[in-house]
Design a protein around this ligand. Structure first.
Ligand code: NAI
Ligand code: MG
Length: 484
């Protein structure tokens, strides 16, 4: 045998008990959608239907918001902060206890490798609840005055790339600050949110404090437009973010928006190149590139560009693409047929506009939605693949000659969510970090997350921050501004 092959190491799905159908979670129990409509959620790696999901429309949203308002007025806003905190701790511990089950369900519904849901998504989700549990009785230090107040009822809309993690980014700070919630998961990945509804029951969270309604963009828009919502928290596309900003203009609703990105990952000539290559791979191929802060624009100093590209291609050839439930898999399924179509469409403009495509050789499964890890070299700043978010395992490689040129190119984007700097020189890292217009900047690493660290963007990457004190402040108001 001339090469080592990995034996398959499948995670068992026995621990995940997925019901045939799910209703809406309103007032602490599962209730049928009033019009009885439903949609399917599938496993994008096999196209198998996993469950039927209730489709919420206006009437259901109205009930969910009324329930959340009543829970806010009668229970949650009156509860001592220390008591609120106990529920957050309890939820965090239950998430840890049920971590394996959550990881399996997340991977089946989303298509991401089990290794990532097991080691990243679920532990970070629990960490968000632990972190915010500690905040609940210390809100006077959140930076909004000595007597901060909750906003009231918040509407939260999350995407499909990190379903449970985005839920926890939204729910944990909102609860710690004393708000009640109506949350809508994405239509392709509702299952872990519905499992989380069970966790709320298990934790004895008072009925109506967290409500989960399932549906699509129309459901989301109806939630945004509900008159009795105090704040909208949204993560998703810049296009929908803009639509939300337009619909809440001239209302009293506040908003935080976490939108798209086209992050520059800059490798200077003095960087440790093998480490940088690992960081580049992690930056763009983690979670199939379905990451708003992905390092999707690689900026290489010209004199090391050929060497780095060569190393990168070698490393990409080792990425194992396939069954997300296999513990050895690095790159799982693309989340949906629509997303695969979008990735292919933008990538094809790379060929048409004159960039050179290279994909790692790999055998893609015949069922499900797949894309081989791909890079484009010879990319210029004007190319669509250098300007638009592809949200897939596709990297655009550009070059620069001087540090000043690197900064200029990195900032030449409508986005500004994240950036990466690779250099052995501390002074160069600090100089570059100061000049980059991005909310999060990693140096000599990439895609590191911590609940204590605020996350968010400049320009069209969004409004506000999530995580840390700054994220918490987005769910509070000073006493003088409290809405009556
Ligand atoms: P999307 O922005 O349409 O979906 C995100 C969430 O918003 C989902 O829950 C969806 O049901 C909801 N939604 C859709 N239209 C809405 C509306 N008018 N009002 C309120 N809620 C609405 O994103 P989509 O179509 O799934 O992906 C398209 C592109 O968006 C991706 O290719 C990627 O570039 C970007 N994206 C960025 C994300 C991020 O983390 N920043 C996450 C998901 C997508
Ligand atoms: Mg699904």
């Amino acid at each position: 045998m001339s090469e080592f092959e990995y034996a398959s190491a499948p995670e068992s799905r026995a621990i995940a008990k997925i019901a045939a159908s799910y209703d809406l979670f309103i007032g602490g129990k599962f209730v049928k959608a009033k019009k009885g409509k439903s949609f399917d959620t599938i496993n994008p790696a096999t196209e198998e239907v996993l469950a039927k999901i209730a489709y919420a429309d206006k009437l259901d949203i109205d009930l969910a918001v009324k329930t959340a308002r009543s829970a806010y007025t009668k229970i949650w806003s009156k509860m001592p902060a220390k008591e609120r905190s106990k529920y957050l701790y309890r939820i965090a511990r239950i998430l840890q206890e049920r971590a394996r089950e959550f990881a399996v369900v997340e991977t089946l519904d989303n298509g991401k490798p089990i290794r990532e849901s097991r080691d990243t998504d679920i532990p970070l989700a629990a960490a968000h609840f632990f972190y915010h549990a500690g905040w609940a009785d210390k809100l006077e230090y959140a930076g909004v005055g000595s007597k901060p107040k909750a906003l009231g009822v918040v509407g939260q809309i999350i995407p499909w790339n990190f379903p449970l993690l985005m839920l926890s980014w939204k729910i944990a700070p909102a609860l710690a600050a004393g708000n009640t919630i109506v949350l809508k998961p994405a239509e392709t990945t509702p299952l872990t949110a519905l499992l989380f509804a069970e966790v709320c029951q298990q934790a004895g969270l008072p009925d109506g404090v967290v409500n989960i309604i399932t549906g699509d963009g129309i459901t989301g828009a109806a939630l945004v437009n509900h008159a009795d919502i105090n704040k909208i928290a949204f993560t998703g596309s810049t296009e929908v973010g803009k639509a939300i900003a337009r619909s809440i203009a001239a209302t009293n609703k506040s908003a935080t928006l976490e939108l798209g990105g086209k992050a520059a990952n800059i490798v200077f000539e003095d960087a440790a190149l093998d480490e940088a290559v690992e960081g580049i791979v992690n930056g763009i191929f983690f979670n199939q590139g379905h990451v708003c802060c992905a390092g999707s624009r690689l900026l290489l100093q010209e004199n090391i560009a050929d060497e780095v590209v060569e190393k990168l291609k070698k490393r990409m050839s080792l990425i194992r693409v396939g069954d997300p439930m296999d513990k050895n898999t690095d790159l799982g399924a693309i989340n949906s047929a629509e997303q695969l179509k979008r990735i292919k469409e933008i990538s094809n403009t790379g060929d048409a506009e004159g960039a050179q495509r290279w994909s790692a050789e790999c055998k893609l499964p015949t069922k499900g939605f797949w894309m081989a890890p791909t890079i484009f070299t010879g990319v210029s700043q004007a190319h669509r693949i250098a300007r638009e978010e592809i949200f897939g395992p596709v990297l655009s490689v550009l070059t620069f000659r001087t540090p000043a040129e690197a900064i200029e190119k990195a900032n030449n984007t409508m986005y500004g969510l994240s950036a990466g700097i690779w250099s052995d020189k501390g002074s160069k890292i600090l100089w570059a970090a100061q000049k980059l217009k991005a909310g999060v900047i990693w140096s000599n690493t990439f895609n590191k997350f911590d609940p204590a660290s605020p996350f968010g963007g400049y320009k069209e990457s969004g409004w506000g921050r999530e995580g840390g004190r700054h994220g918490l402040a987005g769910y509070l108001t000073s006493e003088s501004k409290v809405k009556k």
